[in-house]
Design a protein around this ligand. Sequence first.
Ligand SMILES: [Ca+2]
Ligand SMILES: [Zn+2]
Ligand SMILES: [Zn+2]
Length: 274
Amino acid sequence: MGPAALLCALCLLPRRLAWPLPAEAAEAAEAAGARGPPRTQAQDYLKRFYPSDSEPRKADSFEARLKLMQRFFRLPVTGVLNSRVLEIMQKPRCGVPDIAEYSLFPTQPKWISRVVTYRVLSYTKDLPRVTVNQLVAKALTMWSQEVPLSFRRVLVGTADIMISFARGAHGDSYPFDGPGNTLAHAFAPGPGLGGDAHFDEDERWTDGSRIGVNFLITATHELGHSLGLGHSSDPDAVMYPTYRVRDSKNFKLSPDDIEGIQKLYGEKNKSRKN
Ligand SMILES: [Ca+2]
Ligand SMILES: [Zn+2]
Ligand SMILES: [Zn+2]
């Protein structure tokens, strides 16, 4: 795959992170009821989600990246590891950086055709096929209601957005990792892998009626990436980087998501009237 392909992954960080901490942060984390990461784990988090194209000096990179994170999450920008920061670091989240690497969104990729095709290539054992089809359609409709795009399901051949469930290594450079951690990933619009969304079959997928990872919520987020959206720092947005359980019956796009998708594709009504 090309270096410009954008990979997005929903990561469910393990609930029990037995990360030792610097004394002060450990105390703060303990007070917050969290088991925090050591500075090195926090460093990994920041490197992963706040990458920079030019490597800053080692001495100040941690603080600089932490400040970027604090700014993204609308926290006081102190550059100091504290319980609120650690709490966010332990939340389940998407694996795509909150600040895209310079190589990720070089041209703001989007679909040019007004009709985008999709195909569900493989299914999960956790849900009936008809449910998966319904939820994928529901997720796509949430987006297509807001922009002049429509989606057409195809049953054979290559579609723009190929959706599949797979476990472990599955043909791209991003093998899945068993239950937890990475839940899914998706690629920004483009040829080949572009637009494709992969879901880790080692997760326990649910339609909301049972315990597990909510497929509708995850699919809506990943398909947002498939359409070209990055992350939002608005906590109400579907494109917010941390995953949380929501009421899937009343689940909908936030004004921020709608603003984002319309920035790429324009408003639906305007183009309809034209
Ligand atoms: Ca996984
Ligand atoms: Zn994401
Ligand atoms: Zn994949």
